[in-house]
Design a protein around this ligand. Structure first.
Ligand code: GDP
Ligand code: ZN
Length: 463
């Protein structure tokens, strides 16, 4: 905790701009009781009963009414932040909001009320145990959600769906640790311990649950982060047309002149709620044009960073020598899906071509007619690893996935130690402890000020 975590803070809690209602919020930090109530009375012109809605006039320093609205007073710990909180619901104009905020800062000068930093209200809520860290992150994710599926799953995380699963895992790890630690006190019984307490079976069960949580969290992270899809191929194969077809709108410039898409055009579209960041690139070909060459170099760096590359070909020419050359340059770790476009010109039907393993490797379609676009969407979802029917997905972040993966790694080492009977139980116990630390970092049981700083600074002000 930082020293400033006890300051009284104030901010406009609603979005900038005009709206029917706007909210100014004050959280009183270490202050409560009379000093707080005196300040509230000065602003509202009357004392407020905690947790009651009061309709009153909000006053400036000379007692002139600035606006009339609803004032709410919460005493700690029964508030969003866990501290004493004043909420002024006034009319949502930018000037009146600013005046009310300034009034709160002035009236609170004696106790040092200052402007809140981004995310500071939610940081307080976390520090005062109103929310755990995964829930606090869900607040920001709910505000930023770009699809309905993302919003619903952020709501589930905020409600604690993810945290409950993590807590259940931590409890199981703690129980196993207690068994091990108890045995450590009686070294002569070490050998029997693994047998008697069924430590191996317990560990296996924990690992299986962790893998399930990880699989669900991956879905949740996909909803939040989405996937980047790069359109690559020679000029004129129909990259821009395909982006338009996927997006269902005229976004990229489509022209019949080869080499027109020189700069990248990115567009976020959604398929079943999964955000796909589709990047249209300059056509890949040998060229003497300096500007075009820069565009092509940029295309390659987009390809390096992609989650999926769509390699576009023309149905009339197929996998030409130039395309074989392009394909050899694709980075090894990135999945590539061939998209054979313009099947209308070749008189073909849309279809998905699979390899021996049954994975779709090629989609034949027409970007112009929209034929086969549905097949491409389905193929993209499959590559993303999206499992349909994921109605109860909770939103997760990359940070959560890496903690779950790290915990899984420690449990797998613990498993190795358990298999090698000669190994000391100390090492087994230590890996369990490390796995527990990783799991705890998700909900923030052990978290550094640095981590908190990174997480909360990305919030908007007033949250
Ligand atoms: P890019 O250079 O790869 O981005 O290609 P564009 O999307 O700009 O398309 C080049 C030309 O091919 C345009 O005239 C498009 O109308 C045309 N085109 C794109 N897709 C199709 C298709 O599926 N069928 C037909 N007949 N023409 C297409
Ligand atoms: Zn283009």
């Amino acid at each position: 905790m930082l020293a400033t975590d006890h300051d009284p803070i104030a901010a406009i809690a609603t979005a900038a701009g005009r709206g029917g209602i706007g909210v100014v919020r004050v959280s009183f930090g270490g202050h409560r009781g009379e000093v707080v109530e005196a300040m509230i009375e000065a602003i509202c012109g009357q004392p407020l009963t905690p947790r009651h809605a009061h309709y009153c006039g909000f006053r400036d320093a000379r007692n002139a009414v600035l606006d009339r609205g609803i004032a709410l007073y919460f005493t700690g710990p029964h508030s969003y932040t866990g501290e004493a909180v004043l909420e002024l619901q006034a009319h949502g104009g930018p000037v009146i909001m600013q005046l009310l905020l300034q009034r709160c800062l002035d009236a609170g000068r004696a106790i040092g009320v200052r402007l809140a930093e981004p995310g500071e209200f939610t940081r307080r809520a976390f520090l005062n145990d109103k929310l755990d860290l995964a829930q606090a992150e869900a607040v920001a994710d709910l505000i930023e959600a770009s699809t309905e599926a993302a919003a619903r799953s952020a709501g589930r995380s905020l409600d604690g769906a993810f945290s409950r699963l993590v807590h259940a895992l931590v409890d199981d790890v703690i129980n196993l640790r207690m068994l091990v630690e108890a045995t450590l006190d009686f070294p002569e019984e070490e050998i029997d311990f693994l047998e008697a307490a069924n430590a191996r079976g317990k560990l296996a069960a924990i690992r299986a649950s962790l893998e399930r949580v990880l699989a669900e969290a991956r879905q949740g992270a996909l909803l939040r982060e989405g996937m980047s899809v790069v359109l690559a191929g020679e000029p004129n194969v129909g990259k821009s047309s395909l982006l338009n077809a996927l997006a269902g709108a005229e976004l990229a410039i489509v022209t019949p002149i080869a080499g027109t898409t020189r700069d990248k055009v990115a567009q976020t579209i959604q398929i079943e709620g999964i955000p796909l960041h589709v990047i249209d690139t300059a056509g890949l070909r040998a060229t003497d044009d300096e500007v075009e060459r820069i565009g092509i170099a940029r295309s390659w760096s987009e390809i390096e960073r992609a989650d999926v590359v769509l390699h576009l070909l023309d149905a009339r020419t197929g996998m030409t020598a130039e395309n074989v050359e392009i394909a050899t340059r694709f980075p090894a770790g990135v999945p590539v899906l061939r998209v054979v476009n313009k099947i209308d010109l070749a008189g073909e039907h849309a279809e998905v071509v699979s390899n021996d393993a049954g994975e779709g490797v090629e989609v034949r379609l027409s970007a112009r007619d929209g034929e086969g676009i549905d097949l491409l969407r389905a193929a993209l979802l499959k590559i993303a690893g999206w499992q349909p029917g994921g109605e109860d997905v909770f939103l997760a972040r990359e940070r959560h996935l890496s903690a779950l993966r790290a915990a899984s790694g420690h449990l797998s080492i613990a498993h190795e130690h358990a298999e090698q009977r000669s190994e000391s139980l100390d090492l087994f116990a230590e890996e369990l402890r490390l796995a527990q630390d990783q799991l705890n970092s998700i909900t923030g049981e052990f978290s550094s000020d640095d981590l908190l700083g990174v997480i909360f600074s990305r919030f908007c002000i007033g949250k």
